[in-house]
Design a protein around this ligand. Structure first.
Ligand SMILES: Nc1nc2c(c(=O)[nH]1)N[C@H]1C(S)=C(S)[C@@H](COP(=O)(O)OP(=O)(O)OC[C@H]3O[C@@H](n4cnc5c(=O)[nH]c(N)nc54)[C@H](O)[C@@H]3O)O[C@H]1N2
Ligand SMILES: Nc1nc2c(c(=O)[nH]1)N[C@H]1C(S)=C(S)[C@@H](COP(=O)(O)OP(=O)(O)OC[C@H]3O[C@@H](n4cnc5c(=O)[nH]c(N)nc54)[C@H](O)[C@@H]3O)O[C@H]1N2
Ligand code: SF4
Ligand SMILES: [Mo]
Length: 768
């Protein structure tokens, strides 16, 4: 019960925002169990007060009456509130039955974007996956950044060795397919990108943005170039070609640490600027000019993100971006593209103790395609299968068919291509469990929904994002509120699920007991004879806190359990007080020590990538479609799930189709017209109806609609979102179009037809 009165003291709490990759420090003002206000934390060592509207909306999220606070069980087709024990009983009865009848692969798992922002999910999901023993593991990575991991794995030997622009020292920043002014950065943790970009310009630097829409980031840039969606591979090849043709290649310090230069030179031969220019919609001289500017600016960096990943050549694009940085001497150099050195959990720091300075460690590198999906034979990457294969794996009978599914913080019915097919397949499952905070378009199919604590009731430490940050740091947030009664922490829920999935449910241990057992086993494996000392040193901690303490202490800045007394411990990070955490300084060069490839070198010409180039070459002969569709992000939205929060939902309708006035004139469309957008996919004709907004921001021949909308499906509990549902872009997209190497879905650049809906009135946009 909330016993807050007017006399209850107001307290201030510092807290990292868990909503996007910027990881902003917030100041939360609280009275009892009420949130009074949320602001940017001015003294935060990393984000210095920056906040966006979503951070403010954490209050709405905490208070949202539709957010689930108890488990839900579906009875007679309707979801009803249930106790945790009832939920566990239902799962224990039904999940092992599927495994017993159909085998381990019959239970699939899908994990979504918020999983990467919650330490409990990040650190314990692996336990559940291991317990399941299923090949049918899917995540949002194949809707997003898998090409980034692939290139890092092949070139540097570790999936998470991702170079990011060293923006504070950079004088030329080339951005492709990213809109960090709105998205706040991705695979690059850079709160207040706008201020940092302005500072770059103020010291005489330049920013160039390549995007089929003149975005908020493009508007800030010194130069914006439209590109035909999907044509980045050609632009990038033309630039690499220019570097070789004009003698601009200079690897500098890394020359002796890289192999494959001659193979790259040969492979790019066919892609002269003249050959690629028409396809990109960018003049050959401009292609050359970009390559020259990159090569001739001492501190420069290329950054590319989702617009270049979610297309037919996602892997090639990401590789070519890495090559551009490397070939121009900007990789791992101040002001160029550098590798962060995280304080905890980074696999690319774990071997450093075994490496001599100035040497690399020959590692095992990464393996691809160790197994394939059953129906389409799509290869695994990083132990997962392309999410585009999920529906067919549920629908197609035979050994290994997915009969039961666990979803963790994901809403693929709106976020993955051909959501309607997924929705139909989910409704046919024998059993489905969702860990989620809403009864939404996906979880409405679940037999049991297990809720999560509100972000303000959870501790926070970012696991992946310090590995991608513009500056090194270690920041921790304690929960602002204790958990609501009965609410399990994510790690507890995952351990209970894992116990059931591994068949141990008959010995009902508490999550704490399971955690102690697993922790002791892990420490034994890792530290051998020293394990008892580690257990003693971490006594009193449990769950993610305990794993974090071990990771910090054994990490590159750690106290090594007393051997480096000045080093980091969890207690030290927690005690950092009003600064919100510990600053670990600007990015430092990390090569060659960080390399983990089999050769111990940067392997710049991986066979799998070279073998994909003929596909691009053949593609140059293809005609370009008249109209293609791309996505769009909005500052007040977050993929599919923040449309139920009042402070974000208010204002103009955001799910509109942006159309260039010339296209509108050609097709006879006026502002506000209702149009039918149609595609022909591998599954037949699809269409949705959307309202047009005219915009000269668009490249002619390209229409843009945001994803994550379509909240008008029955059986959900999202009252506000349902009032202005928007339409589902992903109903138009094709789950079978993907980058063959990374398995990443093609979400950008598919041909679309657009016609006015006969008889529909031109509507004035609804405003909340
Ligand atoms: N066409 C098109 N489609 C896209 C994209 C695009 O650009 N264009 N972008 C893609 C990208 S980059 C991504 S990452 C994916 C995202 O797709 P998903 O990974 O499926 O993520 P969301 O759609 O954001 O759904 C998040 C789910 O997590 C739940 N949730 C929120 N917070 C919590 C929590 O604390 N705990 C738990 N257990 N659940 C929580 C929400 O209720 C929601 O159900 O979408 C992709 N889809
Ligand atoms: N406000 C808000 N912030 C978010 C999210 C959100 O939904 N809303 N989602 C979060 C997530 S999960 C992610 S992964 C990140 C993504 O962060 P970003 O990668 O910055 O994503 P977008 O803002 O979608 O920017 C992609 C850009 O690529 C452009 N584009 C589309 N097709 C092409 C193409 O073929 N070539 C080129 N060069 N450009 C193209 C689009 O016009 C768009 O401007 O954002 C995160 N932050
Ligand atoms: S930019 Fe991202 S991390 Fe920062 S307040 Fe907004 S949602 Fe939160
Ligand atoms: Mo994403």
């Amino acid at each position: 019960m909330d016993s807050t009165t007017a006399d209850t003291p107001i307290t201030l709490h510092h807290r990292i925002c868990p909503l996007c990759e910027a990881c902003c420090g917030l100041t939360v003002q609280v009275q009892g169990r009420k949130v009074i206000s949320i602001r940017g934390h001015d003294d935060d060592v990393f984000s210095a007060g920056y906040i966006c509207p979503k951070g403010v909306a954490l209050k709405d999220l905490h208070e949202d009456p539709d957010r689930l606070r108890t488990p839900m069980i579906k009875r007679n087709g309707r979801h009803v509130e249930a106790t945790w024990e009832e939920a566990w009983a239902e799962i224990a009865q039904r999940l092992p039955a599927v495994q017993a009848a159909h085998g381990r692969d019959a239970v699939g798992l899908v994990a979504g974007n918020p999983s990467s922002h919650k330490i409990g999910l990040m650190l314990y999901l692996g336990r559940l996956i291991k317990a399941l023993g299923s090949r049918n593991i899917f995540t949002a990575a194949t809707l997003d950044q898998m090409p980034r991991h692939l290139s890092s794995g092949l070139l540097f030997g570790q999936w998470m060795s991702v170079p990011v622009p060293d923006i504070e020292r950079c004088d030329f920043l080339l951005i492709l397919g990213a809109n960090p002014v709105v998205s706040n950065g991705s695979m690059w943790t850079v709160p207040n990108f706008k201020a940092k970009a302005r500072a770059l310009q103020a010291r005489g630097g330049q920013m160039v943005v390549i995007d089929p829409r003149r975005t908020e980031t493009a508007a800030l840039a010194d130069t914006h170039l439209f590109i035909r969606p999907g044509a980045d591979v050609f632009l990038l090849l033309g630039m690499v070609h220019t570097l070789f043709a004009e003698g601009l290649v200079q690897l500098g310090r890394l020359a002796e640490w890289a192999q494959g230069l001659e193979q790259v030179r040969e492979a790019v031969q066919p892609f002269t600027p003249e050959v690629v220019a028409p396809r990109c919609g960018i003049a050959a001289d401009t292609v050359r000019g970009l390559a020259r500017q990159l090569a001739q600016t001492p501190h420069a960096s290329v950054y590319a993100r989702i617009g270049t990943c979610t297309q037919h050549y996602g892997a090639l694009n990401t590789w070519l971006v890495d090559l551009l940085n490397l070939l121009t001497g900007h990789l791992d150099e101040p002001g160029g593209a550098m590798f962060p050195k995280a304080a905890a959990f980074a696999l690319n720091t774990s071997h450093l103790a075994a490496t001599q300075p100035g040497q690399s460690l020959k590692g095992r590198g990464v393996a691809l395609g160790r197994f394939s999906s059953r129906v389409s034979a799509a290869p695994e990457v990083m132990g997962e299968l392309p999410i585009g294969c999920l529906a067919e794996e549920m629908e197609t009978p035979g050994a290994g068919q997915i009969k039961a599914l666990i979803t963790v913080a994901t809403n693929p019915v709106l976020s993955a291509p051909n959501g309607p097919r997924l929705s139909a397949a989910l409704s046919q499952l024998d059993f489905m469990v969702s860990m989620d905070i809403y009864l939404n378009e996906t979880t409405r199919h679940a037999d049991v929904i297990l809720p999560a604590p509100s972000p303000l009731e959870d501790l926070h430490y970012d696991v992946p994002y310090p590995q991608l940050s513009w500056r090194n740091h270690a920041r921790y947030s304690a929960p602002v509120f204790g958990p609501a009664a009965e609410q399990a922490m994510d790690w507890e829920t995952l351990l209970r699920l894992a116990a059931i999935a591994s068949g141990e449910a008959t010995t009902p241990a508490t999550a704490a007991q399971l955690d102690d057992q697993l922790f002791a086993q892990d420490m034994q494996r890792r530290f051998g004879a020293l394990a008892p000392a580690v257990l003693a040193a971490t006594a009193g901690l449990r769950g993610p806190d305990r794993l974090l303490d071990v990771a910090l202490r054994t990490g590159p800045y750690g106290d090594q359990f007393g051997q480096q007394p000045d080093g980091l411990t969890l207690a030290k990070v927690q005690a950092s007080g009003p600064s919100g955490g510990i600053d670990l300084g600007p990015l430092q060069p990390r090569l060659p020590e960080m390399l983990m490839t089999p050769s111990g070198l940067i392997e710049m010409a991986p066979a799998a990538l070279l073998a994909d180039l003929p596909r691009a070459l053949a593609d140059l002969q293809q005609p370009t479609p008249e109209l293609v569709i791309i996505g769009r992000r909005d500052a007040r939205s977050n993929n599919s799930w923040m449309h139920n929060l009042p402070t974000l939902a208010k204002g103009p309708m955001r799910c509109t189709a942006l159309v260039h006035p010339a296209d509108a004139a050609r097709l006879g469309l006026a502002e506000g017209a209702l149009v039918r957008l149609s595609t022909r996919t591998s599954q037949g004709a699809q269409h949705i109806d959307a309202q047009v907004s005219l915009s000269s921001e668009m490249m002619p021949g390209v229409v843009s609609l945001p994803h994550g909308w379509g909240h008008d499906l029955p059986g959900t509990q999202l009252q506000l979102a349902a009032q202005r549902p928007g339409v589902n872009l992903n109903a138009l997209l094709d789950e079978n179009q993907r980058d063959p190497l990374s398995g990443t879905a093609v979400l950008s650049g598919l041909p679309v037809e657009m016609v006015a809906v006969e008889g529909a009135k031109t509507k004035v946009f609804t405003h909340f």
